[in-house]
Structures are given as C-alpha cells and as structure tokens.
Design a protein around this ligand. Structure first.
Ligand code: ZN
Length: 257
C-alpha cells in the first residue's frame, strides 16, 4: 500500500520567472566614499554592478547597503531577491548575526548568492562554506591573468580561454574553502601566485558562486569580460525552485508495518 506523502512534505514553490530579480548588496562604508574609490565608482560598486546587470533584458537589479533598514537585508528585500550579490570587506563584523542567519536560510531554501572579492571573509560566506575563507594577499596592483578552466560551464559561456586584468590585488592559495562543485576560473598573478578565482557550490536548494576579482580601487567592474561573467553567474544562480521552510517533517511509513 502506498500512502500519499503530499501532506507531509514541505511546500515546493516552482519559480516561474519573468525577470531575474537581483539585489546587489555592498557594505558601502565611508571608506568607499573617499577619492581612492569614488574616482572609480562615483556612486559605489553596487550601483555600477546593478547598472550593467540592468542592461540585460532578463535581469532586474536593485541595490542595498549596510546603512539601510535592517542592514539592507529585510524580509521584504529578500522576498524580492532571486540572486543576492555580496561585496563586503572592512565592515564584515558589523553585519548582525540575525541577518546573516536570514541570508543563509534564504540560500538553503533556493536563493542564489554571488560573493565578490573580499566577501571570502564575510559571515554569510564562511557560514555557508563551514570553513575559514583563508587566503594570502598582496596589494601592489599587479597583473592577473584569468584562465577559463571549465569552458563548458554556463558561467564561462562567451568568455575567452584567458584574459588579463592589468591591476588587481593578489589573492593566493591555499584558499580555505570546501572542494568546489566546479572550479570555473583560475587566476595567475604576476608575482607568481595562483588562485581558484571562480568557484561554484550548491547549498541545499541554493547555488553559490565566489568570484575573486573586484578590489575596490581598480576599475574591475567596468571591465567588459568581468561584466559578462557576472551576468552569466546571475543566470546560473537563479533559483529553479524555492521551498518555504526546511523543518523536518514526520514521515509516515510507506508500507503497512
Ligand atoms: Zn581587495
């Protein structure tokens, strides 16, 4: 005898998309408003990123910052977010744990998330990875050559075999992450280091992409290939299904016992 399991299972919401709703979150502290950064990103990196994403007809991107209501991570904002993009650095510890928990829960239930550059030490990244986010770094504006090492991946479509950023902060291995689902890009730096620059993960229903380029004083997010990678990443990370909760249901037996 087979019993109907429907009532014991969580509600699965199939996501019927019109446009992919993206929220670009940036800590955007006062340090980002000084000339070293504002000369490159006059209205902040989040605005630059949202602007180029919005040029794609399949994407509708907005922005949120740490100073916003509920640190830009309110339920209302996340309700309208299919893919969250996260840039943080010097203010990681100001993000309240209750909002970190909220973001992680959303990812586990289906929201996509893209962590940029120094977000390797953000609370949501370390929480989703379960690891330290360790790496070594050197900020002298050296050249980075990025290699596309999984050309068949959706994030790599239309991206050349390799390309150069003339100035980038060096991030070097070993990188304190779990073994990725896919390593899509590897960066080589002029000073000799290498780094897994673009890596994907799956955390329950949610897709995760970490992408290393994006030091705040270099025009990385104005670079055409970087923009193409992030457009691809948004389309890859969009949820196919979302679930309303991950509570553990009691499971009736399928057979008469
Ligand atoms: Zn940096």
């Amino acid at each position: 005898m087979i019993r109907d399991m429907t009532s014991s299972r969580k509600l699965i919401l199939k996501v019927v998309m019109s446009k992919i709703k993206v929220t670009v979150w940036n800590e955007y502290g006062d340090d980002q408003k000084g000339p070293a950064i504002s000369n490159v990103y006059p209205e902040g990196m989040h605005k630059t990123i949202a602007d180029f994403l919005n040029k794609d007809t399949e994407i509708s991107a907005g922005t949120a910052v740490l100073a916003d209501n509920e640190q830009g991570l309110s339920e209302a904002v996340l309700d309208e977010t299919d893919v969250l993009i996260w840039w943080g650095h010097v203010h990681h510890n100001k993000v309240e744990d209750r909002f970190v928990k909220r973001v992680i829960d959303r990812v586990q239930r289906g929201m996509g998330i893209i962590f940029l550059h120094s977000a390797h030490k953000s609370k949501p990244f370390m929480g989703l990875m379960g690891t330290s986010g360790y790496l070594c770094w050197r900020e002298i504006g050296e050249k980075e050559r990025i290699w596309t090492v999984t050309p068949s991946h959706p994030i790599a479509q239309g991206i050349p075999e390799h390309f150069v950023l003339e100035n980038e902060e060096m991030y070097g291995e070993p990188f304190g992450i779990p073994e990725p689902l896919h390593t899509v890009f590897i960066g080589w730096f002029q000073g000799g280091n290498v780094f897994r620059s673009g890596v994907t993960f799956q955390r329950e229903y949610g897709k995760v992409f970490y992408f290393q380029p994006g030091h705040e004083t270099y025009p990385v997010y104005h670079h055409e290939i970087i923009q193409k990678i992030l457009v691809n990443a948004v389309k890859w990370a969009k949820p196919d299904v979302k679930v309303n909760n991950l509570d553990c249901p009691n499971m009736p037996s399928l057979e008469i016992l």
